[in-house]
Write a protein that binds this ligand. Sequence first.
Ligand code: GTP
Ligand code: MG
Length: 330
Amino acid sequence: MEETMEERVEEQVEEKIEEKPNVGIEDIPGVGAATAEKLIAGGYDTVLSIAVSSPGEMTEAAGVTETVARKMIQFARESMNMGFESGQDVMKRREQVKKLSTGSEAFNTMLGGGVETGCVTECYGEFGSGKTQVAHLLAVNIQKEDPNAVAVYIDTENTFRPERIRELSDGAGLDADQVLGNIKVARAYNSDHQMLLSEKVEDLIKKQGLNVKVVIVDSLTAHFRAEFIGRGTLAERQQKLNRHMHTLMKVASTYNVAVYVTNQVMAKPDTFFGDPTASIGGHIVGHNSTFRIYLRKGRKGSRVAKLVDSPNLPEGEVNFMVTAAGLQDL
Ligand code: GTP
Ligand code: MG
């Protein structure tokens, strides 16, 4: 019987794995010019990007069969010497982590210094709780420490306001025009567009060489929520949302960037005790976020931020006002 293309690829992969050479994607067995092009178009331009992928993701993004994808991933993993690293190596990486200021000292302290780079921070809360205000503040405040720091703002609800950036820049003693110049805004018109934009962030960093410090997605879930209504489409929505979160996490950890996403809450009518609200996207968003902040309206126009989930910080609550100049601690 004639050997199929797939079988040939599998054999070649097995041979190459034995050798463990130092490889680029073109060295992966079975990857000819056409496949390489497809892989690159699908965002797989390094061996690392293949190594950390899953067969399902690769099949979808690069149009290879699942068996071939699995073999490529295996090959990429073997050739990369991936696996365990010492605690000291992890410590060194932790030392690169920066904390971005929210503008409120108490809020920063609760977060262990500010919004961390290298991971995803989710901020959820009802309308008007201040999620978008915090997003604007992060975009401005990063430029206090580094005048070249760039914020990427993926705006899904048309709530980015340059006027507000001006006001907050004045409040922070920064040149508003320069601050505005360092914020790259893109309006996302639907969930697919939003996902595409999040994939393009890598180009801004790699190709355009921008010093991106924070990627904001405001709101993470609004389009998904509007487009996928009803039980039947829920699984599909969660799957897409999961993929979107993975893209964001990858950017965060590969480039030591902070990712700040906002999320609405929905009423849980069957709750009798505790808070009768839950964030949209459920465990998909929750599990893919390293830090979770719950914002709500407090007394006399104040806002309350609660740290709900974090790897190494105690839960806490802080109180502040949103003012013209930024956040003011109470
Ligand atoms: P949704 O996007 O609707 O879910 O709400 P959100 O959580 O993003 O709320 P947002 O950040 O837009 O906060 C709105 C609140 O912030 C308002 O109710 C105001 O109290 C305050 N705020 C918004 N804009 C300004 C401003 O320009 N100046 C001042 N002083 N306060 C503002
Ligand atoms: Mg908002």
